[in-house]
Ligand binder design. Structure first.
Ligand code: HEM
Length: 417
């Protein structure tokens, strides 16, 4: 990728136009930020169709090591005032974001309970399911598309994570479509194709919350073989999850578990099409390179572009003074391209040894992605199925990207085989 020189004065991360620009140009902009102003201040703008007034602005943290430091010092950089840029009331943050918008002791309590659904035992049970679901995705491709072409996102990348998270939670197949729609609305904020108004967002939040509450209450009475039952019955220090808490966690889980993995798989297929040499290296020696290849896909794609923290006291990071109350937005997408950390960061290299340095799942600390191992497994198994059963599969159109400063999403993209 040819990275152009972009002057600092041309960069405004708060401008929605920024996120529609050519990707190489954006990479050039982040390089300028890393080199010249790694804590650049940006004003906030009025968000269209939203009643929330613009906040006081934020600093964009764009170097890898600064993001690492901030993530690992939660007492200095809290999440309880929000993990997205806009300032919302705490109740709304907790409603939509659950523990991702909490600090200890609240965060610790909730994470301890829900982690029971993600123990090695639970995940190994799910591993089998991932294989079965991925095989079914390929079965459908082979039987339903005699023309040997289809939309990759709709037929491959989207169904797998959705079906798995729904299976894990015990959601019947007939409801999967509703879940899919709800998560699209919540994460598509900013893209005109998905969200039309703030009211839509609130309505969808209510629908998904009610659905989850009912599911949680049902499993409390009638436990089944799913993680909803495990979580609803888990006790930590004599306390259980309330059905409201489960409702909000459910929103976080279906949103965090679906779109992110879907986009990692979509970007992965595009990268393997654009870099046939890397595809050959991996596919000719799948097991040997699977670990590094998956990590490199997540680094290169960085499906979650940023998360925010707020300084709890005056402090200094990377030589920059920060005042108590300042918002710091960690641009994982930039940290994952930091030339100070990664050699040739714009090169896609499936043999790159980068775990745990790449920060696509967060940069460590208490909020590190709860589903990272599950997501890695899904990506690994999906490409294994493709490699074995449809080895000629290629992306055949330019991707239609989601317009968002938060999610590096692909909405549509044709493939053929
Ligand atoms: C490639 C796929 C994925 C990516 C790129 C991703 C990325 C992230 C990131 C960047 C964070 C914030 C980390 C931080 O603030 O330190 C996060 C948190 C989280 N993720 Fe993931 N994620 C993925 C898949 C999943 C899956 C499959 C699940 C669950 C099924 C999941 C559940 C969560 C949860 C619950 C949190 C909040 C943890 C907390 O606040 O304690 N994620 N993820």
């Amino acid at each position: 990728m040819e990275i152009p020189q972009v002057p600092l004065s041309d960069i405004d991360l708060s401008d929605p136009e920024f996120w529609t620009r050519d990707r190489a140009w954006r990479e050039g902009a982040f390089k300028t930020l890393r080199d010249e102003s790694p804590f650049q201040f940006f004003n906030e703008r009025v968000i269209e169709n939203s009643p929330i007034p613009p906040g006081p602005g934020y600093r964009a943290v764009t170097r890898h090591d600064d993001i690492w430091h901030i993530s690992r010092n939660p007492q200095l950089f809290c999440s309880g005032q929000g993990s997205n840029i806009a300032d919302l009331p705490v109740e709304i943050n907790e409603f939509f974001g659950s523990m991702i918008n909490m600090d200890d002791p609240k965060h610790f309590r909730l994470r301890s309970i829900v982690s029971r659904g993600f123990t090695p035992k639970e995940i190994s049970r799910v591993e089998e399911l991932v294989r079965v679901r991925a095989a079914k995705v390929v079965d459908r491709l082979l039987s339903d598309f005699p023309s040997r072409e289809c939309d990759f996102v709709e037929e491959v990348a989207a169904p797998l994570p959705l079906e798995i998270i729904c299976d894990m939670l015990g959601i019947p197949e007939s409801d999967h479509k509703d879940i899919f729609h709800w998560t699209n609305v919540i994460l598509g904020v900013g893209d005109p194709e998905f969200v039309t108004s703030f009211d839509d967002l609130v309505r969808v939040g209510g629908e998904i919350f009610n659905y989850a509450q009912q599911l949680g209450e049902d499993r409390l009475k009638n436990p089944q073989d799913d993680i909803t039952s495990v979580m609803m019955h888990a006790e930590v220090d004599g306390e259980r999850l309330s059905s409201q808490e489960f409702g909000s966690f459910f929103i976080l889980l279906v949103v965090a578990g679906n779109e992110t993995t879907r986009n990692a798989i979509s970007h992965g297929m595009k990268l393997l099409t654009d870099h046939p040499d890397q595809r050959d290296i991996w596919f000719n020696n799948y097991e040997e390179h699977a670990k590094t290849a998956v990590e490199e896909i997540v680094r290169y794609a960085t499906p979650v572009i940023h998360f925010r923290r707020t300084a709890t006291e005056d402090t200094v990071v990377g030589g920059q003074e920060l005042e108590k109350g300042e918002k710091v937005v960690m641009f994982y997408a930039s940290g994952n391209r930091d030339e100070r950390t990664f050699e040739n960061p714009h090169t896609f290299d499936v043999t790159r040894q980068i775990a745990p340095t790449q920060i696509g799942f967060g940069a460590g600390g208490p909020h590190f992605c709860l589903g990272a191992n599950l997501a890695r497994r899904e990506i690994m198994v999906m490409f294994d199925e493709i490699r074995r059963r449809i080895p000629t599969m290629r992306i055949s159109s330019e991707p239609a990207y989601l317009q968002s400063s938060f999610i590096n999403g692909i909405k549509r993209m044709r493939c053929e085989w």
